[in-house]
Design a binder for this molecule. Structure first.
Ligand SMILES: [Zn+2]
Ligand SMILES: [Zn+2]
Ligand SMILES: [Zn+2]
Length: 300
C-alpha cells in the first residue's frame, strides 16, 4: 500500500470510527438507553479495528519472496552439501504462525475477522486460528435439602447413573424451595443421556429433578442476557413480566411483554413476538444464548 493509499485508508477508517462511536453514543443517550446494543456495537468496532490493523501489517520478507528464497536456498544447500559444514548453511526463517485463540468461534465478528485474514495472501500463511478446547456440559439436581451432604449425593449419582467415579462438583446455589440447594456437576454427554433416562434422582424416600444445566446469565434487574444483577449498569429496573420500569416482584400489570424482544423491535426493527415474560425459554434471546453456550461445550 502506498503512503497516499494508507493515508486515505486511515482517514476512511477514522471516519468510520467516528460514525460508529456516534452510533454508540446515540444508543446510550436515548430515553431508554440500550446498553446491550451499545456494547454489541463496541465489540464490533473493536473487532473491525483489529481486522484493519492486521490487514495493514506487511510481513518481512513477503511470504512469496520467502518461498522463492527458501527453494533457492534448499537448492544451494543441496549443491554445497559436500563441501560446506552444516553450520555455514544460511538459516531459513521458519514460518512460525501466530496462533489466535478465538473466544467464541461462532461470533459473527470473529468469522468476519477470519474471512479477512483468509483473503489476505500475506496474513493467510502467517496467522493460524485455533478454537479453545471445549468444556464439558453440566447437570443439575434441583431443590436438594440443605442437610444433604455431597457424599450422599455422589453415592446416589454413582448408583443411579452407573458411574465409575464421582462427578466434579461445579457449584451449588439456593433452590426455589426454602432450605434447599441446586447442585451443578460436570457431566459428559453420555452421562447426560443417562439423566434423560432417569429424570429423577432418588435420595432416601425423596426424588429430585435431574437434568442438563445451561450456564446462561440473565440479569434480574434489567433482564438482559450476558451479565448478572451485580454487574448491571442500569439505575432503573425493568420488569421481567410487563417490561415496565419497576422491579418484577412489584408488578401490578396484567400485560405480559418481554423487555428484550420489545426493545429489540423498537430499536433495531426486529419483529419478535413480545407476549412472553423475559424468562420464557422460547424467547429468541434465550434461544440465542443457549445456542452460543452449547457451541462452547463438548457433546462428543
Ligand atoms: Zn442488567
Ligand atoms: Zn411489570
Ligand atoms: Zn423475548
Amino acid at each position: 500500500m502506498s503512503t497516499t493509499e494508507s493515508i486515505s485508508k486511515f482517514s476512511e477508517d477514522t471516519c468510520n470510527l467516528h460514525e460508529q462511536v456516534e452510533k454508540i453514543k446515540g444508543f446510550l443517550s436515548s430515553k431508554v438507553p440500550n446498553v446491550g446494543h451499545a456494547l454489541f456495537l463496541r465489540d464490533q468496532l473493536q473487532a473491525e479495528i483489529l481486522a484493519n490493523e492486521l490487514i495493514n501489517i506487511k510481513p518481512y520478507p513477503q511470504p512469496q519472496q520467502m518461498k522463492n528464497q527458501t527453494s533457492k536456498q534448499v537448492q544451494t544447500q543441496t549443491s554445497q552439501v559436500s563441501n560446506q559444514p552444516p553450520s555455514s548453511i544460511p538459516a531459513v526463517p521458519s514460518p512460525n504462525p501466530t496462533i489466535l485463540l478465538f473466544p467464541n468461534s461462532t461470533s459473527s465478528d470473529m468469522i468476519n475477522l477470519q474471512t479477512k485474514i483468509d483473503s489476505n495472501v500475506n496474513l493467510k500463511e502467517l496467522i493460524k486460528s485455533k478454537s479453545p478446547a471445549k468444556r464439558l456440559p453440566s447437570l443439575i439436581v434441583h431443590n436438594v435439602p440443605s442437610s444433604t451432604t455431597e457424599e450422599t449425593l455422589q453415592e446416589a449419582l454413582r448408583d443411579q447413573l452407573h458411574l465409575s467415579a464421582p462427578l466434579n462438583l461445579r457449584f451449588k446455589f439456593r433452590g426455589t424451595i426454602q432450605d434447599t440447594s441446586n447442585w451443578v456437576f460436570e457431566a459428559s454427554a453420555s452421562i447426560l443421556q443417562s439423566t434423560l433416562k432417569i429424570q429423577k434422582l432418588h435420595i432416601g424416600w425423596s426424588m429430585f429433578k435431574i437434568k442438563e444445566f445451561f450456564h446462561i446469565k440473565r440479569c434480574n434487574f434489567c433482564h438482559a442476557f450476558g451479565h448478572t444483577t451485580k454487574d448491571c449498569t442500569y439505575q432503573i429496573p425493568s420488569c421481567g413480566s410487563c417490561a415496565g420500569h419497576h422491579a418484577t416482584q412489584d408488578c401490578l400489570s396484567q400485560t405480559i411483554c418481554c423487555v428484550n424482544c420489545f426493545e429489540s423491535n423498537l430499536f433495531t426493527g426486529t419483529l419478535h413476538p413480545i407476549t412472553h415474560p423475559a424468562w420464557d425459554r422460547q424467547c429468541p434471546f434465550y434461544q440465542k444464548e443457549k445456542q452460543q453456550y452449547c457451541s462452547s461445550r463438548d457433546y462428543n
